[in-house]
Write a protein that binds this ligand. Structure first.
Ligand SMILES: Nc1ncnc2c1ncn2[C@@H]1O[C@H](COP(=O)(O)OP(=O)(O)O)[C@@H](O)[C@H]1O
Ligand SMILES: [Mg+2]
Length: 391
């Protein structure tokens, strides 16, 4: 099972506020009951614009396995929420489904008011940025980064070079934002690059991520950078909220090609000026930030879909190809270790090295191009072996 990022707990008395918040970022709140009646719905829908309230699972399913199985049908783009009164139960019951369990209030609590009662955005801590690392810190940054991304050795070498150059020219005031455009097949680690940079910078918050698959409509710039008459907690739009919430100077723009020229132009400006400006004229200084744009387009389509102005703005354009078997194997080993470790946290010493080996030999990495599919396979074998062990 791929862990979903988080389950958000809300206070029912604040449900209206929650709903308005999600509406302002173009998300609709639905209940899981609809999916119980029609499970296929989960795979038919795009998760970006849907928030699912799973509270009713508390009464409906006594067995954990059924509930987990249902949640697993949704991809990682869906947002999940639940009534806070089930917090303790759900934290336990869904520990294999979600990585984090967060109160909704904390999730949006970057909002604050100044002494006139106007809402202002307050950051608790400055963003951790690559330009601020000391010489010894940058060494350990690269070590961590290279460990967390399997394969792509050419990219790793290039990345080191452009980061070194960025750190120098940023100091000289000549290079404000480092922009990377990563294209190539699905499930080979493009998004992982951004996650790895975020984590290696010591990020503890969520990575600032915006999926442009979500922003193909005409009204998209409003939801991204805010509309003057926005809703509570979101006047500045999703991009601003994400960057405010994050504790590192990294922004991920996923599925960049899905967007439209208005947004392309907005980002042209951002890269040019080194800052984001919202429709309310709020600014966030992005000096020293790394922005990663990812796209599943092919090398051939790149010049067709992305304008020459924008193309020339990216500091780095890289094509990610399918991982080599040796790297896929490393990934499989890493995943098995991590699943077994998590399992053993709940059932100490339940699973040993032999168990891991039994899973490993059932997985033929040659058959898989996409690490997501490989992951599903690992999960499936894990469950099979586990059942065989128990019964
Ligand atoms: N090269 C890699 N190194 C480490 N993990 C990877 C790699 N490629 C894929 N993964 C894992 O596989 C899943 C999908 O990868 P992702 O980066 O989201 O793919 P995409 O290239 O489509 O953005 C993630 O869970 C990620 O952790
Ligand atoms: Mg991706």
């Amino acid at each position: 099972m791929i862990l979903k990022d988080e389950l958000l707990f809300y206070n029912p008395s604040k449900f209206r506020e929650l709903k308005r918040y999600f509406e302002s970022v173009d998300k609709e709140v639905l209940t899981i009951t609809e999916y119980i009646l029609n499970e296929e719905l989960a795979s038919e829908q795009l998760g970006f614009d849907i928030v699912i309230d799973i509270s009713s699972l508390y009464n409906l399913y006594s067995g954990q396995f059924q509930a987990e199985r249902l949640i697993d049908k949704f991809d990682q783009n869906f947002t999940f929420i639940a009534d806070i009164k089930y917090k303790e139960d759900f934290k336990n019951e869904f520990r294999f489904c979600f990585e984090n369990f967060i109160d909704f209030e904390d999730f949006i609590s970057n909002d604050d008011r100044d002494d006139k009662g106007n809402k202002i955005k307050k950051r608790k801590k400055p963003h951790k940025k690559i330009i601020d690392l000391e010489a010894n810190e940058i060494v350990s940054f690269f070590e961590k980064f290279e460990d967390s991304l399997y394969g792509h050795n050419k990219f790793k070498d290039d990345f080191k070079e452009i980061v070194d150059s960025f750190r120098v020219f940023n100091k000289l005031g000549e290079h404000k934002i480092l922009s990377l455009f990563l294209m190539g097949d699905s499930g080979v680690g493009k998004t992982e690059v951004a996650r790895a940079i975020h984590k290696s910078l010591g990020g503890e918050s969520k990575l600032a991520k915006v999926n442009f698959g979500n922003y193909s409509s005409d009204n998209s710039l409003n939801s991204l950078i805010g509309s003057p008459r926005g809703y509570i907690g979101s006047e500045d739009g999703e991009l601003f909220i994400r960057v405010e919430e994050s504790d590192t100077g990294v922004i991920l723009i996923d599925e960049f090609e899905k967007s439209n020229s208005t947004l392309f132009n907005y980002f042209l400006d951002v890269l040019e000026n080194g800052k984001m400006v919202s429709s309310l004229a709020h600014e966030i200084d992005l000096n020293g930030f790394i922005i990663i744009f990812t796209s599943n387009i092919s090398k051939e389509d790149f010049p067709k879909l992305i304008s020459p102005e924008l193309r020339s703005r990216f500091d780095y354009k890289g094509y990610f190809s399918i991982l080599k078997s040796i790297d896929k194997l490393k990934y499989v080993e890493f995943r098995i270790n991590s699943i077994v470790r998590k399992f053993n946290n709940f059932y100490p010493n339940a699973l040993d090295e032999d168990f891991k080996y039994d899973i490993l030999i059932e997985i033929d990495v040659e058959k898989y191009k996409n690490m997501r599919d490989l992951n599903k396979r690992i999960k499936k074998i894990f469950v099979e072996k586990l059942m065989a062990k128990i019964y």
